[in-house]
Design a protein around this ligand. Structure first.
Ligand code: ANZ
Length: 865
């Protein structure tokens, strides 16, 4: 001390804040909160990995911390919490390899993350910390699961309602209890079903579609295959429409909204039923094959059909002659991912089933094929193929010599360019156009043809209007140990019994062997004492799947609001006060899944009356990725990973914070640059020396700090700095706010006497950005004990304006006018003012201006001939 020593200053202030609970957030109703508007600023909580904190974490965390501190000083009652998204595969993989209980590694990792985060001086209310693996937390994750299990979606009312309110049709009721139970189970938002899943043999678990990239597991890059398995699913599709519609009211970037819309993937079209043709004998199947199409207007051009290899009707319609080929094809398709199957560039493959259907509009017999480019999980898993107007169908038709009929008239230009004729297309014409070869549709444009044919189909019971979504129901079970157990029992007759909420939390058994069983049974199945339960003499089995990591992160922002509540997930009054989250900051990698799942759960909780608003996150900002110094993504393999601990050690937390904010706009992708950290470190040192006597032993004011009135210029610099830092902080433009503070320091540095009246507000401006240094400077100025709740400095707009100066204007060297202009006038403005002056205009009238010479802020000389 007293030269700038961040290690000492930062340690002391971190201890002070923790010991004094400076950032404890009083509950609403507490006198300390009275009369203050609320501000809930949230970080995406981290997964505490074994690698420790990454420099990407402090980027978002610093941004929210600046805002939290700024808002407190602006008189807001601020909620700014932190916690741990601590279930997940890596801890369990480590447990399998090293035989250490995942709880132990998780707790160690949390301790490291907490230490690292606290070393950066973030103003979290640590009394509100949550850990998704803590029974007091996951008790409520399990509770929410039971709410979802108890809810059905009432499409007419457009909301989720308790299952007890589901109307049971009389014919179902007449069939007895089992039928009623089945009817309800088929409508619950959390339900079990046999579905083709992404089975990852290496990880020994199924993965959500979202967790499979290019046919490999997102974590680890292991091959993934498709298999039918009985799984838990969440009926998120019931909320698809609301998940799209409610985006409109959110203050999110258009690109993130668009990513969510694309993920949900709404398509409007029709379902069309094709009856099986007799083919010389009785059709094997009486029910029709239903297809989903976005182009019902092309129905007259449907010359064949394709079922996905997994379609339930395939084994029933396949003729004996084709059975072997069909079976072989199905086996091969099972080994491919959806991605591989639908790749446009891939050569099409398929097999004829031997069966035919009847095109409902023209009675033509059309062959039924199976091909893997038709997916079982989309639409109805069956298509009518229109090779004239769909690229994939065209390619398939060429390959297998199937007929192509033109039913939409291409433009003359297109025909010419592709070398096609109406009778023979060289490729599919996929645009809209006028219908042709389509009986009653001929002459109609695409939109009109769609409506007409759909109405025609509806009248005859041959089809109906249909909206389809790419979004599928969310696969919600995992065959892993380290996750929340499902709070349900399976009865001897396959019936499902939810645990009463009084039995929550359902704690997983302690296992010595965490290894996946390699079968669809999760590791929990090894704990037979835990799995087998007897109730009233009836033997039940517990569910041995666990929930995915998403479960805990879907609702953590609710628990922060009332983290110790043992009666309810959170007190409704407190939820009403704090929700929605005013600002949510995190990485764009969560743009789709986490945010979609979270919004879905929130809407269900809203429908059921547990939360007061339909959307959880009013404003969302995605921080840009920080790249390595070489401009590539930071990774161990590239050896370009920066450890925040090292930066803190060398320059201090305030420099790391300032640097990460100074790198560029928050949302931009930015490469790391060690040189620039030195730059912000020098700025902090200069700010320190402005106020502190660094030759003294004790913390002492610099001799130049005086109780003097600031001169006009200095006052203007101060008010402009306040204005800039206030507006830029509010607008999350942290880099330009920092630049303004740097200019301020440069200005005051040049003064002989440094007026306390400008230094005090400056320290307050600095506080959200470099809080440790600011607290210590505040102390040096004899203020205290902390500036965390000091009122934010105000600026006087009148004082931000520059004075006027007088600038002479000469024409050919002769004085013609004196202009009154702002002191900081630009050359261009000065020239424009000169040309606009009446006396100058009179002097140059009828002459040609050869040159206008501007001496900045001093003189304008106009040369005319
Ligand atoms: C006939 C047709 C004619 C089609 C035409 C397109 C153009 P989006 O917009 O993505 O929803 N389709 C339907 N289900 C499918 C499945 N399970 N697997 C693969 N393809 C499937 O696409 C809907 C269109 O994709 C549907 O409209 C269907 O092909 C195909 F000139 O039906 B169409």
């Amino acid at each position: 001390m007293p030269s700038y020593n961040p290690a000492d200053v930062e340690r002391r202030w971190q201890q002070y804040w923790l010991a004094n609970k400076t950032f404890r957030t009083p509950d609403p109703g507490d006198p300390a909160a009275a009369g203050r508007p609320k501000f809930y600023v949230l970080d995406m909580f981290p997964y505490p990995s074994g690698a420790g904190l990454h420099v990407g974490h402090p980027e978002g965390y610093t941004a929210t911390d600046i805002l939290a501190r700024f808002k407190r000083m602006r008189g807001f009652h601020v909620l700014h919490p932190m916690g741990w998204d601590a279930y997940g595969l890596p801890a369990e993989q480590y447990a399998v390899e090293k035989n250490v209980h995942p709880r132990i590694t998780t707790q160690q990792n949390i301790a490291t993350f907490r230490r690292q985060i606290q070393s950066l001086g973030f103003s979290y209310d640590w009394d509100r910390e949550v850990d998704t693996t803590d029974p007091t937390y996951f008790r409520w994750t399990q509770w929410i699961f039971l709410v979802l299990y108890d809810t059905w979606y009432d499409a007419a009312a457009g909301k989720g309602r308790p299952i007890a309110e589901l109307p049971i049709p009389p014919d179902v009721a007449a069939r007895g209890d089992a039928a009623v139970r089945q009817y309800r189970d088929d409508r619950r938002l959390a339900y079990q079903a046999e579905v083709p899943v992404n089975w990852c043999p290496a990880l020994g678990t199924v993965l959500a579609n979202e967790e499979v990239i290019d046919g490999k597991s997102e974590r680890g890059g292991h091959p993934v295959e498709r298999r039918p398995l009985r799984q838990w699913l969440m009926r998120i599709t019931a909320y698809a429409e609301r998940l799209i519609d409610d985006l409109a009211g959110l203050d999110w970037s258009e690109s993130i909204k668009q990513m969510q819309r694309n993920w949900i993937g709404k398509s409007e079209g029709a379902e069309v039923h094709f009856a099986l043709a007799s083919g010389g004998r009785e059709p094997a199947v009486s029910e029709p094959i239903t297809v989903f199409t976005t182009r019902p207007d092309t129905l007259f051009g449907a010359t064949y059909m394709v079922l996905s290899p997994e379609h339930a009707l395939v084994p029933r319609i396949t003729t004996p002659e084709q059975a072997a080929a069909v079976k072989a094809y199905q086996d091969a398709a099972a080994r491919k991912s959806d991605f591989e199957r639908t790749e446009l560039a891939k050569t099409k493959t398929g097999v004829f089933t031997g069966a035919y259907a009847v095109n409902p509009v023209n009675g033509e017999r059309v062959p039924i094929w199976i091909a893997d480019y038709v997916l079982s999980g989309y639409g109805t898993g069956a298509i009518m193929a229109v090779p004239g107007h769909d690229e994939r169908d065209f390619e398939f038709a060429q390959l297998f010599d199937l007929p192509v009929v033109t039913v939409v008239t291409p433009t003359a230009e297109w025909l010419k360019r592709t070398g096609s004729t109406m009778a023979r297309l060289t490729e599919a014409y996929t645009d809209d156009g006028v219908a042709v070869n389509s009986g009653p549709l001929d002459g109609l444009d695409t939109a009109a043809a769609k409506s007409k044919i759909t109405a025609w189909l509806e009248e005859r019971g041959l089809g109906s209007r249909r909206v389809n979504y790419k979004l599928r129901d969310w696969l919600f079970s995992r065959q892993r140990y380290w996750g929340e157990p499902f709070p349900v029992l399976h009865g001897p007759h396959g019936e499902l019994v939810p645990l009463p909420t009084t039995e929550l939390p359902l704690i997983p058994p302690d296992l010595a062997d965490f290894k996946p069983t390699g079968t669809p049974e999760g590791p929990l199945s090894k704990a037979t004492d835990w799995v087998n339960v007897t109730r009233d003499g009836v033997a039940y089995r517990r569910e041995t799947n666990t929930m995915p990591q998403w479960a805990g992160s879907c609702w953590y922002f609710l628990r922060y609001i009332d983290p110790q509540n043992t009666e309810v997930l959170a007190d409704p009054e407190k939820l009403k006060y704090w929700l929605p989250v005013d600002l949510y900051v995190g990485g764009a990698e969560h743009a789709v899944l986490h945010l979609l799942y979270s919004r879905f759960w929130h809407k269900v909780l809203f429908d059921r009356g547990y939360v007061p608003c339909a959307e959880p996150f009013q404003r969302l900002v995605n921080q840009g990725m920080i790249l390595g110094e070489n401009g590539e993504k930071m990774s161990k393999a590239r050896g370009n990973v920066i450890n925040p601990d090292d930066v803190v050690q060398e320059y201090g937390a305030d420099s790391l914070r300032l640097y990460e904010m100074f790198m560029g706009p928050l949302e931009a992708v930015k490469p790391w640059n060690t040189k620039s950290i030195e730059g912000v470190y020098r700025f902090l040192t200069r700010a320190w020396r402005l106020i502190v006597d660094d030759t003294a032993e004790e913390l002492k004011l610099h001799a130049a700090v005086k109780e003097v009135e600031p001169d006009k210029d200095t006052l203007r610099v101060l008010h402009r700095t306040i204005q800039k830092v206030t507006e830029d902080t509010d607008g999350l433009r942290f880099n330009t706010a920092i630049a303004a503070m740097m200019e301020f320091v440069n200005h005051v540095n040049k003064l002989e006497a440094r007026p306390r009246a400008v230094l005090e507000p400056f320290v307050l401006l600095l506080a959200p950005y470099a809080p440790h240094a600011a607290e210590e400077l505040w102390r040096a100025l004899g203020r205290g004990p902390t500036l965390a709740y000091e009122p934010w400095p105000a600026f006087d707009p009148a004082l931000t304006k520059a004075d006027e100066i007088e600038v002479p204007v000469q024409v050919n060297g002769k004085l013609k006018a004196r202009l009154k202009v702002p002191a900081e006038v630009s050359d261009a403005d000065l020239e424009a003012a000169a040309r606009g002056d009446a006396a100058v205009q009179a002097a140059i009238a009828g002459k040609t201006v050869k040159l206008v010479k501007v001496v900045p802020r001093k003189l304008v000389n106009v040369v005319v001939v």
